[in-house]
Design a protein around this ligand. Sequence first.
Ligand code: ATP
Length: 237
Amino acid sequence: MLETRNLTAGYGAITVLWDLSVTFREGALTTIVGPNGAGKTTLLRALTGLIPHQGEILLSGTPLKGKGLMKTWDLVAEGLVMVPEGRLVFRDMSVEENLCLGAYPTRCRGRLSSNLERMYTLFPRLKERRHQFAGSLSGGEAQMVAMGRGLMAEPRILLIDEPSLGLAPVMVKEVFDIIRRLKAEGTTIVLIEQNTSVALSVADDVHLMRSGKVIFSQAAADVNLDHLHDLYFAREG
Ligand code: ATP
């Protein structure tokens, strides 16, 4: 349902992604693992229109450029939603204000109240803290706000960047329980994750990125973790 063909992208004169072709299957959870600087976050930025790209990104078989869908807000309206790492919440706004900001696409505004209640069922901790400034939350709670804000836009495809970053193991488990639940509900998920064991425990498909390229792709059930780690940590060149 989401696919890149010969995707090249970067920042000004710096090219980070090179000719990258990858498919994210509908209803599946695809994880992208890879060392620091491999270009994982840059891929999510290109997929969500935050940086320009060359090559093609296809949504349900149609190139985004052809559909005139290049702006991030247009993509969110189509159901393509990114959850950035948890520190990227609006610190001077309350938990509830952060969540409500996610509900701006017109197609879901009418369900703001029911979606808010759903978020508080998924993340009871956020209900207790609904009036607290997001800047005063713990790392795990901020991650929940970032995820809840994304879910308020009723995503068909959810792109999640490093949800376990800096979290204690107990919080990692909580966040991944939610990800499992979203997957069970049928949301297509693209998950960037450095913790390969955790990533493999939820994924259907795995791609390993290095130096702006996908160098290995396999069904998660078939992955040999030692082999994956050998490729992950292999020296460049
Ligand atoms: P990490 O796991 O460390 O977050 P990553 O695989 O997500 O790594 P990216 O964050 O996509 O990697 O970074 C890929 C490359 O792009 C890095 O060399 C980084 O320095 C560079 N880069 C990232 N953001 C920018 C930017 N805004 N301007 C210039 N270069 C950038």
